[in-house]
Design a protein around this ligand. Structure first.
Ligand code: GLA
Length: 724
């Protein structure tokens, strides 16, 4: 039993891999948090740890004069209006206009298998506790879900808000969880960015009051990933406590860390309540997105590995998560919109026999799409450009033993498209107002059933009528003028969440409706890189910035939460199209091979030397692909803090490992750089293949060695360890 209920103390003890989470139902009937951290003794009564700060101005619960204020208790789900002045997780507006609720314990259930969230992705499996809370007075209720796993140190949490009363309730806030923390001695780590600079790292101390991150873009965004970690000030990559929270959600969200006057802290968040409300008629409920909360006593690296394990085991499509990925050539940076059948066939021919197995035809094959001003929505092949249609390319690609992939941007429509001319009302836009353009395009209203059905049919027709093996699903702009013709005025603030539900509906029908096809996600680079998308897309394009130097930071930051297997990374041409930088070809491969890899350049221009290099690079990648897809990641040197980027991937059984060493700049007399390996079995003996040296894991990890970087800027070298 991973979840224990100790009836005399009304305590719940949830036990995941290496972790314990405890709360109890206190004298006020309130679920009071006790502990989240390393595994502790089952059955131990830890209520002796309760401590209350002086709180002379606090109000008791209504009508009860002899218990403490709700403001004093560490919370499992904070609510407003009855004495708790911290950030509430929920704000219901009742019939009389009051915003009061007192969500107290009613009953609970423990189920062996986690119930799915209807219409939204979430982690699977795991024993689950459902705590039913009920308002003291009216029919408003909340169910709190907690799931623990024996194979990863995370707890999955979410709330379901229910109107079991007889009049409408309007939710003005509906977060997924509250997590109490014992003190305020934390720093917040978050992942910020922008196009071509996704998931860089910020770390700032908490202060009294609220520190928050959010998205108001109806997408999880490159601006701030839906992830926050609270770290002790002395937490490093390898040591110290880290608590992470990551939302399995792709629309506007918020995460907040708050320090209260008594020196405690709490985390809360979920659907962004900015520009949000949700009407619950009697009998209705709102299911909130899942928050995946990780705990590590082994620093940021331990937290990352907890997330990687959780997502690979319980979130990402099991058909694809650990299996070899298509090793592809994508034509985007090779041709942009300027291609025809002979050119595409030549790009594929040029890599035939070099270990690349899939040609992905990117943007521009459909409608009247010769640049980015037209054609989106018209998912019909442009035979003027591609004479003989997709069939001509697909037949050729298949005849040389390669697979074929195709780009779509299903959620979009160009003003200059047959779709927009036929259905201008399908594009998101508010009455009497002009629409904002972004990349010259508009967005389809995914809150409408007819629009969803059109998208599913249009995309399915193409991939069913052609032998498509792979789909790249792009999303290149954010919502403006959030308004839907099909929602009543009082429901317009439901738009952002309903957009996400529409997106999941079409993903469910298109992706899961075509189980043989491999789907990759994308969003103008990596702007929708979130766990919900990972449920559908086992790999996601990490960034449009393909410069190897810039990629060290983007990939390092992304790996703080997400496994390497999800990061799609390509080798591109130099000078790099985004930065103009020139980096060695081998370095570009070393960095791009730290993920699901591919090439994105004009292969018809390859020299014989480059062809030989590609053949070697892909062969080497295939040898270690299982480490990259399924192994444990150890980050050794951060490109944010140093001129080096050093990472190791180690097989789960610790029998083999790869070490990647990258140095930014060469100098005439470079200082000696020593690298200490990580993640090996200290007691096992290993051979360092490139040097023939054999030593114990403990030796490689404690003594280290000096990698032999090639004598150039942006130099990279790889080493391999085999247990003997
Ligand atoms: C986005 C993607 C690119 C490419 C283009 C096509 O920017 O991130 O990889 O597919 O769109 O328009």
């Amino acid at each position: 039993m991973a979840i224990q209920f100790i009836s005399d103390t009304k305590t719940f003890h949830l036990m995941g891999k290496d972790i314990s989470y405890l709360f109890f139902i206190n004298e006020a009937g309130y679920p009071e948090h006790l502990y989240f951290g390393p595994r502790i003794g089952a059955g131990d009564d830890i209520r002796y740890t309760r401590a209350f700060g002086a709180n002379s101005t606090s109000a008791t619960p209504p009508g009860v004069d002899d218990v403490r204020s709700y403001n004093d208790y560490p919370s499992e789900l904070s609510f407003f209006g009855t004495g708790d002045y911290r950030e509430p997780a929920v704000l219901p507006v009742n019939r009389a206009g009051d915003r009061l609720c007192e969500l107290l314990f009613d009953t609970f259930d423990i189920v062996g298998e986690k119930p799915a969230i209807s219409g939204m992705p979430s982690l699977d499996g795991g024993e689950t506790l459902i705590v039913h809370l009920k308002d003291r007075i009216n029919g408003f209720a909340a169910d709190l879900y907690y799931t623990v796993y024996d194979d990863c140190s995370v707890i999955a949490r979410r709330a379901v808000y229910k109107n079991t009363g007889s009049s409408d309730v309007r939710l003005e806030r509906a977060y997924s969880f509250t997590l109490a923390l014992p003190d305020r001695d934390y720093e917040m780590l978050s992942l910020y960015g922008v196009w071509a600079k996704e998931r860089h790292i910020d770390r700032i101390p908490l202060h009294h009051g609220v520190v928050s991150i959010d998205s108001k873009r109806t997408t999880s965004s490159a601006t701030l990933n839906p992830f926050m970690a609270l770290l002790r000030p002395d937490t490093t990559e390898t040591h110290g406590e880290a608590v992470g929270v990551n939302l399995v959600y792709s629309s506007s969200y918020v995460l907040k860390a708050e320090v209260a006057p008594d020196g405690t802290a709490q985390l809360t968040g979920g659907i962004n309540d900015f520009d949000f409300s949700w009407k619950l008629a009697p009998g209705d409920q709102l299911e909130t997105p899942e928050a995946v909360i990780a705990y590590s006593a082994e620093g940021i690296g331990g937290m990352s590995r907890a997330y990687h394990d959780a997502y690979r085991a319980h979130l990402i499509n099991k058909r694809f998560v650990g299996s070899p990925r298509p090793l592809l050539i994508n034509n985007w940076e090779a041709t942009y919109f300027n291609f025809d059948v002979p050119k595409l066939c030549a790009i594929a021919d040029a890599v035939n026999g070099l270990g690349i197995d899939t040609l992905v035809l990117d943007d521009g094959w459909f409608g009247k799409r010769d640049d980015d001003r037209s054609g989106l929505g018209d998912w019909v092949v442009n035979e003027n450009k591609l004479s003989g249609g997709l069939k001509a390319i697909i037949d050729h690609v298949h005849s040389i033993g390669m697979k074929f992939g195709l780009w779509f941007e299903p959620e979009m429509v160009s003003e200059d498209s047959d779709l927009f001319r036929a259905h201008p009302d399908w594009a998101i836009g508010a009455p009497d107002r002009k629409r904002c353009y972004s990349r010259h395009q508009f967005m389809l209203d995914l809150t409408r059933k007819d629009v969803l059905d059109y998208i599913v049919k249009a995309v399915s027709d193409v991939i069913e009528q052609n032998e498509v093996d792979y789909v790249k699903w792009d999303y290149n702009r954010n919502v403006t003028e959030s308004w839907s013709r099909c929602l009543e005025p009082e429901r317009q603030s439901e738009f952002a969440h309903r957009y996400a539900l529409g997106l999941y509906d079409i993903c469910e029908r298109i992706v899961n409706g075509h189980p043989g096809i491999f789907f990759e996600g994308c969003s103008g680079g990596g702007a929708r890189f979130d766990p919900a998308m990972m449920h559908y897309f086992p790999q996601i394009w990490t960034s449009d910035d393909t410069d190897a130097e810039e990629r060290t930071k983007i990939q390092y930051g992304t790996s703080i939460v997400y496994p390497l297997s999800v990061m799609s990374c390509h080798v591109s041409v130099c000078p790099n199209h985004q930065t103009g930088r020139v980096t060695p070809f081998d370095t570009r491969a070393v960095i791009a091979h730290l993920g699901a890899t591919g090439y994105e350049l004009d292969t018809t221009k390859f020299t014989d030397e480059e062809k030989a290099a590609v053949k070697l690079q892909t062969a080497e990648y295939k040898k270690v692909q299982d480490l990259v897809l399924c192994g444990d990641l150890y980050r050794i040197d951060s490109p944010f803090d140093s001129g080096f980027f050093t990472e190791a991937v180690v097989s789960k059984d610790k029998s083999k490992a790869e070490l990647i060493c990258y140095r930014r700049f060469v100098s005439v007399n470079n200082e000696i750089k020593r690298v200490k390996m990580a993640g090996l079995d200290p007691d096992a003996c290993y051979r360092l293949e490139e040097t023939g040296i054999t030593a114990k894991g403990s030796t490689f990890m404690n003594v280290g060695f000096a990698p032999k970087y090639p004598h150039s800027d942006f130099a990279a070298v790889k080493y391999h360890f085999t247990r003997i």
